[in-house]
Ligand binder design. Sequence first.
Ligand code: G3P
Length: 324
Amino acid sequence: MLGRQGVLGAPFGHRQTEGLVEVLGVHPHEVVRGGNLHRGDAPQLWRVLRIPPGEAARPEARSRPKEQRRTIWPHGDTHAEVLSPPERPSHAALTLTAELPIPLPEERTMKIFIDTADIDEIRDAAAMGLVDGVTTNPSLIAKTGRPQKEVTLEICEIVDGPISAEVLATDYEGMVREGRELASWHRNIVVKIPLIAEGLKAVQTLSQEGIKTNVTLCFSPTQALLAAKSGATYISPFLGRVDDISGEGMELLEQILAIYRNYDIKTEVLAASIRHPLHVVQAMLLGADVATLPHKVILQLLKHPLTDIGLQKFLQDAAKTPKP
Ligand code: G3P
């Protein structure tokens, strides 16, 4: 997102691609101040101040070679250029492009993790290219009837992304010991730690050692704030389990995201205990960084009766077509 102190955003709109930010509809007299483009540690990437009037009408600019475009406000290594005429002259006068000195964070779509330790389910979803990572927990591992290490390492061979493996200890020393052990199995392993006081101490130690952590069993925004302060890589609010006790899982997610955005907290919000497609849609609307989905929910996301009916009809009609 653009900087909090900037005037860009909803009224004007923007879009971003790698290394490029397009800001749409900025008034020529407006003072525009670029801020961080992304929650987290992105530096001050660009700055455009007081665009001179008259720079708007350059209809040919977009088609001109890049090197001929005019830099209107150099600022260090960055600059802004007039690229096109206003599309809505009544309130929009410029389309600006700021070229960035460093690449933007590569991923702005919500990541999908699969919440299972079932190898067949993981293979199936991974074959569709849908799996950015995997989350497991002791209950999911127990369902496989196999040792945690064996299953986890097999998962690491299938998916090249963060794989959460949970500690069983509940004391600081035990969690740190187990966390180091889990992390030593494979470079992609993220150590899952329960959100208790001893857990946060372990998160602090492990994160200082560069070990990634996923703080699990989060049920309140204050817990999420503390986990982030301890250095958690991911926080996992359990949405479905909040709904189970007549709470509002999505309200919890919304509050955590708002708090993290207010303070530019880097911890990624991983929507967990997702039970159905509406949870996924709502998590995306709120801007969760990740949602971890049971295999069943992934299949529900893609299923539509009209697709099946349409396909059936196509095949029936194809059968009537004369063969050459
Ligand atoms: O990732 C946490 C998840 O496994 C919990 O889901 O459905 O058991 O509440 P659920």
